[in-house]
Every structure is written in C-alpha cells, then in structure tokens.
Design a protein around this ligand. Structure first.
Ligand SMILES: O=P(O)(O)OC[C@H]1O[C@H](OP(=O)(O)OP(=O)(O)O)[C@H](O)[C@@H]1O
Ligand SMILES: O=c1cc[nH]c(=O)[nH]1
Length: 185
C-alpha cells in the first residue's frame, strides 16, 4: 500500500500538552486516583499509558499499575475498516476486578480494536468501570464506542491514515496524516 504524507497534525509539544491535559482530566473525573489502573493497547498505546501514569504520579504522587493487551488486526480488505481484531496476548499482572481501568490507545477509528480489548479485560475479571483514552479520534466508528479522553479530534476521509509516532518506538514524537495513493477504496 503506497502512502503519501500529507500533513503533520501534532508535534512533540502538542502531544505532551494533550497527555498532560488528559492526565488532569482523568484525575478530576475520578476524584483522585484511588482504584485506578492503566491498560495500554500494544503497540503505541503502551508508551502513551506509561507517559500518562508518569504524569499522574507527578501530579498526585502515586504509582499506578499498568498492563498491556495485544490485539492483532486481520484486515479483510485494504479499506482499513472491516478488520477482525483478535486478542493475541494479555499481560496484566494485577487484579482488574473492582478497579477503574483506563484503557489507552493511540488512534480510535472503527472501534473494533477497543471492542477486542474490552473483551480481553472482561476475560480477566469484572472492573468497576472502563474509561477510554486516545491520542487521536479520527471518526468513522462502526460500533457504539466513544472515548472518554481525547488528545485531538481529527476529521478524516476513508482514504487517509493517521499515524502516531512515539519516541519509545519510532525515535520521535509526531502525528501525521497520510493518504492511500494506489488502492481501490
Ligand atoms: O478503531 P480501529 O479501527 O480498530 O483502529 C484503531 C487501531 O488501529 C491501530 O492499530 P493497527 O492495527 O494499525 O496496529 P499498530 O498498533 O501496530 O499501529 C491503532 O493503534 C488502533 O489500535
Ligand atoms: O488511520 C488509522 C486507522 C487505524 N489505525 C491507525 O493507527 N490509523
């Protein structure tokens, strides 16, 4: 699939500010951090969840547990929607029952990855609630899923792809929109 880079929509500072705001929103909405835990969706949801827990620690002085769910997406076609995400691995070393889980991902699109992650969490136990934090919501939901915390809402067309780069994996922080150049949609 050939991609043409179109626009950069967030730089390192914009990402840092968005995550700082989300950390404050999480603390405010939950009246503190008692009972909270974080679960990142691999791959880029994991460093974002780690950054959020570091910010929460800076603000509230408490360490919160982080787990990981790995969802593999088997896409049926190149239109990017209609994929079939399945849980391939879960690494959550604390009990989720009774907790408020903050599920973290980089991009929210159809909602299918989130749904698979919710299934994976309920396999582990029964949380008190689950809240969803994403760096970018690009729209085009195919399921009744909405984020509780959003870094940036980005209206997109189905010919576009939003790519999040994080220093921990990609050596730099940025969010770009690319366009699919050569595929039938
Ligand atoms: O709402 P959805 O339609 O499910 O799309 C969102 C998911 O797609 C991306 O993952 P991708 O499968 O591209 O893999 P990646 O994490 O390796 O980028 C992104 O990280 C989200 O997890
Ligand atoms: O544009 C998209 C769609 C799904 N996942 C992404 O990371 N970007």
């Amino acid at each position: 699939m050939k991609l043409i880079e179109k626009t950069q929509i967030m730089d390192k500072d914009a990402m840092r500010r968005a995550l700082t705001r989300i950390a404050h929103e999480i603390i405010e909405r939950n009246n503190g951090v008692e009972n909270l835990c974080f679960i990142g969706i691999r791959s880029r949801g994991v460093p974002l969840a780690e950054r959020l827990t570091r910010k929460v620690k800076e603000i509230e002085g408490k360490d919160l547990p982080i787990g990981v769910v790995d969802i593999t997406l088997h896409r049926d076609d190149l239109a990017l929607s209609s994929g079939q995400p399945v849980v391939s691995h879960t690494d959550v070393s604390f009990p989720v029952s009774g907790k408020t889980v903050i599920l973290v991902d980089d991009v929210l699109f159809t909602g299918r990855t989130t749904r698979a992650a919710l299934d994976a969490i309920f396999e582990l136990g029964r949380p008190a609630s689950i809240q969803l934090a994403v760096l970018v919501d690009r729209g085009h939901r195919e399921l009744p899923i909405r984020p509780d915390y959003v870094g940036k809402n980005v209206p997109t067309s189905l010919k576009e792809i939003v790519s999040v780069y994080v220093g921990e994996i990609d050596k730099e922080d940025k969010v770009i929109i690319q366009e699919i150049a050569d595929e039938k949609l």
